[in-house]
Design a binder for this molecule. Structure first.
Ligand code: 1SY
Lengths: 186, 186
């Protein structure tokens, strides 16, 4: 079950390393990026992790929804890992416009292992195809949710956002989904 | 089978992205690091990937063997990935001393997914323990070997070095293993 291993890998090799530092990175960022006062609410101090059911991942969020704009990156976090010295871990800050045109800042990215699930479903030698992919995404989501709920280092520092592919005809589907989750945290 | 998914993830999310650029990065590095003439042989223009059977991974190679020293990092390679803008991919260059005290430079690192296998074997809720771990490392190695042999983007740009744990009482086991593989390429 590929998704089970990818969820553990995402936690052990990434979230467990970066989430404890997130609040400090955001504080350092706000100190040097004084232009905006729209970081309010606890949701904007968490890492928002997007999990689209169809594993269709963009490399730039504004390609999905023009109400989303890249703002800047959080400061780099450098960690020696498995022989690579000062391996860089970073997150991107995006500004998301609501229907009133007001901008909300948040730290958001797609769950990178879904790129592996997507590409594996396209490679015949990898052992699974498109029909199994949706099931694997759900298994990834549930496994990750379970791991994170039992993790002391990650408590309250993340939000998993499962994205249905039923509303993809709405050009502002992604910004609305992000804002709904941000506002839940107020 | 966790190792199968981790091998595909390592290829699709890393080797396939970085190996095509490796030769250019090494050329740029040599142009700015004129101190040494010991890059000879095709082995030193490949990424050496260390795969220890016991999944025991160090974050700094010199911790394993004092005949190995960190030299510098190759130039950063920045790629937009899954919402993270300019995610950094880099490799470390190490100098490895032979028994004559002569230094050989090479780009070497451990296969990072083995850290996930190791940590999963320590977490009771992850579903596998230490006895299965060695089998999983072998499966990782064979799956990766198979994928890479069929990859046009990666041909001739890597060397997988499987490390037995039987000689760990030799303080220069790692440098000798690396040199043996480097010299095979002459
Ligand atoms: N968004 C995001 N930003 C990061 O910096 C990052 N680093 C890791 N991950 C994801 O966490 C998990 C665990 O990572 P690990 O390092 O064990 O495996 C990694 C690692 O073995 C290798 N790899 C990827 N990027 C690098 C890198 N920069 N240097 C060395 N190895 C790398 O290829 C595997 C798959 O990478 P991704 O498919 O990008 O997703 C990883 C993975 O799902 C990241 N996700």
């Amino acid at each position: 079950n590929v998704a089970h291993g990818l969820a553990w890998s995402f936690y052990l090799g990434y979230l467990r390393l970066v989430l404890p530092h997130l609040e400090d990175s955001i504080a350092a960022f706000r100190a040097t990026h004084q232009s905006s006062s729209t970081w309010r609410g606890r949701g904007s101090r968490k890492l928002l992790v997007l999990i689209p059911l169809n594993a269709n991942i963009s490399h730039k969020l504004e390609d999905e929804d023009d109400n989303i704009r890249f703002y800047d990156n959080l400061p780099n976090n450098e960690i020696d890992r498995a022989g690579v010295r000062g391996r860089v871990y970073k997150h991107s800050v995006y500004r998301v416009l609501d229907e009133n045109g007001k901008a909300h800042e948040c730290v958001v990215e797609y769950a990178t292992p879904l790129l592996t699930l997507y590409s594996m479903s396209q490679e015949s030698s990898a052992g699974f195809g498109e029909p199994e992919r949706r099931q694997q995404v759900l298994l990834f989501y549930r496994t990750l949710q379970d791991i994170l709920e039992h993790s002391l280092e990650c408590r309250n520092r993340y939000k998993l956002i499962l994205l249905d592919d039923k509303h993809e005809d709405d050009p502002h589907f992604l910004s609305k989904a992000i804002l709904r989750h941000l506002q839940q945290q107020e």
